[in-house]
Ligand binder design. Structure first.
Ligand code: SF4
Ligand code: SF4
Length: 423
């Protein structure tokens, strides 16, 4: 943990009201200021105790504290460094180790994730039993989407409709690609309709976000190098990412690969843009058709706090004729998804999910829009728990796609048939 970064904290406490774990428990050591204090103690020689590791593990990595901090404390770098220390120095219980081994053997690998889709869906029925065996397994079963369209293989190149304005790469992601393939298809169509050649390298793998956010440094670097190499070869103006967690990690590749200057330079040469951010910079070209629907927009933490992308998705949605945008109260507070948080810290994640579901349902909107697959699954599960049934969840890309193609708003949140996916 970098003592220089720790010193930047002046202990003012402005970050406390935005920290989800402080909001839940009111404990100083579960606030950003408290955690930075613990980091300082360890940096000065105090050995890492189980209690300290617990406070670090309880942090969602949501970066609300980074947004709130007037002193510019790099809590994002600090918690990444701290998680790596926890991984090296803290011995977890055997059941925790087993769950972590399962998650990291599964989630960053699309083929393995694909093989898990059916058991996960069936697992929903076994949720109460799995919950008793292990709360993380119970959470996994509860989060499984109700209906998952069969994954489609996207073509390696989707040509721009009309005059070409840019050539972009598209990251298809692991969870996004397997559980929400319709989002990738919609993203490619929107980009093409806005005049982009869309390169979709078939051999791209995991971007390394889950590994990076969990302190698995070597694994994160391996995934980062591979992603940089794949998109570097594609010769694109930008890599467009539609999953907030992936985009926020990819934007830090140069820091992740800082010890390997040649790779860091290649990472810097590859501009990474969130889809909404990219479309806002590009400006609209295609005609927006009316889409009469009310939408509650959920700020994914890794988009709003980690990337500072808040206005762009809202502006894109408001520009759709007939669309009514409704704000979710306390939008800066995390929904509890936070990458693998809802699997490793299921009790806290559920509390945060329940708070978010209550506020989403209070909007009365017909569709929830989020730019992160983890948030979509987390909030949908929380709404089910609250007795709200299956909420319709869509990505910003799907809303724009429906408007650009003049579709009925009823398509939003209803997975299409696979053969229709790329039309
Ligand atoms: S990253 Fe989120 S959970 Fe962690 S200390 Fe900051 S605000 Fe709290
Ligand atoms: S992290 Fe920033 S806002 Fe929070 S106590 Fe330290 S200086 Fe203040």
């Amino acid at each position: 943990m970098d003592p220089e970064l720790i010193k930047d904290c002046v202990h003012c406490g402005f970050c406390l009201p935005t920290c989800p774990t402080y909001v839940l428990w009111g404990e100083e050591m579960d606030s950003p200021r408290g955690r930075i204090h613990l980091m300082g103690q360890h940096a000065e020689g105090t050995p890492l105790t189980g209690a300290m590791a617990g406070h670090f593990d309880a942090c969602l990595g949501c970066m609300a504290c980074v947004t709130a901090c007037p002193s510019g404390v790099r809590y994002d770098r600090l918690i990444e460094q701290t998680r790596a220390v926890v991984e090296r120095e803290h011995v977890r219980r055997p059941d925790e180790r087993a769950v972590r081994a399962l998650v990291f053997a599964l989630f960053p690998y699309r083929r393995r994730l694909r093989a898990m889709r059916l058991p996960m869906r069936l697992g929903r029925r076994l949720q109460p039993f799995l919950e008793r065996v292990n709360p993380s397994l119970g959470a996994m079963a509860e989060l499984a989407p109700a209906a998952v369209p069969r994954a489609v293989r996207l073509p390696p190149l989707v040509r721009a409709r009309g005059p070409r304005r840019a050539r972009v790469g598209l990251l298809t992601g692991c969870v996004q690609g397997e559980f929400f393939p319709q989002v990738n298809a919609a993203t490619a169509r929107v980009l093409a309709l806005e005049g982009c050649d869309v390169v979709i390298p078939p051999r791209q793998g995991c971007c390394g976000a889950l590994s990076l956010h969990s302190g698995r440094e070597a694994e994160a670097r391996r995934f980062a190098r591979r992603t940089v190499a794949v998109f570097g070869r594609a010769g694109v103006d930008a890599v467009v990412v539609n999953a907030a967690g992936c985009g926020s990690s990819m934007k830090t590749y140069a820091e992740v690969l800082a010890d390997e200057p040649a790779w860091a330079a290649r990472a810097r040469a590859l501009p990474v843009r969130d889809l909404a951010e990219f479309l806002a910079e590009l400006g609209p070209a295609a005609e927006r058709r009316p889409l009469p629907v009310s939408i509650a927009y959920h700020d994914a933490c890794h988009l709003a706090h980690a990337q500072g992308v808040r206005a762009q998705p809202r502006d894109l949605l408001r520009a759709v004729p007939g669309l009514e945008l409704r704000e979710v109260a306390d939008s800066a507070i995390c929904c509890g998804s936070a990458g693998t948080y809802n699997l490793f810290q299921p009790a806290a994640a559920r509390e945060l999910g329940d708070r978010k579901a209550e506020r989403v349902l209070a909007t009365g909107a017909g569709v929830l829009v989020s730019a992160n697959p983890g948030c979509s699954m987390q909030i949908a599960a929380a709404v089910r728990r609250a007795g709200g049934g299956e909420i319709r969840v869509a990505h910003t890309a799907e809303v724009l796609d429906a408007s650009l193609r003049g579709l009925d708003p009823d398509v939003l949140g209803r997975p299409p048939k696979p053969r229709r996916m790329m039309r």
